[in-house]
Design a protein around this ligand. Structure first.
Ligand SMILES: [Zn+2]
Length: 173
């Protein structure tokens, strides 16, 4: 295990040094890559989008070509089919799966793994709770603000009333 690890480490090291390709893939001459500027976007022969960042390149969903971005995002995480139908979009938004896979996933949990199903439902509930909780916090904040404003109004009213009392006392003496 440790041997394998160090072997891989050596490979990575030689890749960094630029000696890996020369040793293992002798006879293979990589095509000269055109020089890329930061922000350059292109698609390789496999149809995978790339983008040049400052000092490195990103591919796939990280490359920010708008057209490819969508199709990369809208794929079922289980069967990899494209998410096109509205009911697919619905389940995909929540769980990253198409409707069919989501149904299978839930049924699988429900009948084969009741405990996992319970945990899954609980997680969903908590996720819902979180958004509800956020709303409640906002609501309480709003109430608190209104209360503060009221207290402020009251103190102003009291101050004015006290001033009046003082004035009338002065007048009477
Ligand atoms: Zn699917």
């Amino acid at each position: 295990m440790a041997k394998k690890y160090s072997k891989n480490l050596n490979r990575v090291q030689s890749m960094v040094d630029g000696t890996y390709g020369g040793k293992i893939q002798s006879g293979y001459t990589p095509e000269a890559e055109p020089e890329r500027k930061v922000g350059d976007k292109w698609t390789d022969s496999d149809g995978i989008p790339w983008e040049q960042r400052d000092g490195y390149q990103v591919k796939g969903r990280l490359a920010t070509s708008d057209i490819t971005h969508q199709s990369w995002d809208r794929k079922c995480s289980m069967c990899e089919s494209l998410i096109l139908k509205p009911w697919d979009k619905d389940t995909h938004k929540a769980d990253g799966r198409c409707y069919h896979c989501q149904l299978n996933y839930e049924l699988d949990l429900k009948f084969d793994k009741p405990l996992r199903w319970f945990a899954y439902r609980r997680l969903k509930e908590l996720q819902n709770m979180k958004s509800i909780e956020k709303e409640i916090i906002q609501w309480v904040d709003e109430l608190e603000k209104q209360k503060q404003e009221k207290i402020f109004d009251m103190s102003v009213a009291n101050a004015m009333a006290n001033a009046n009392v003082e004035m009338s006392i002065k007048k009477n003496t």
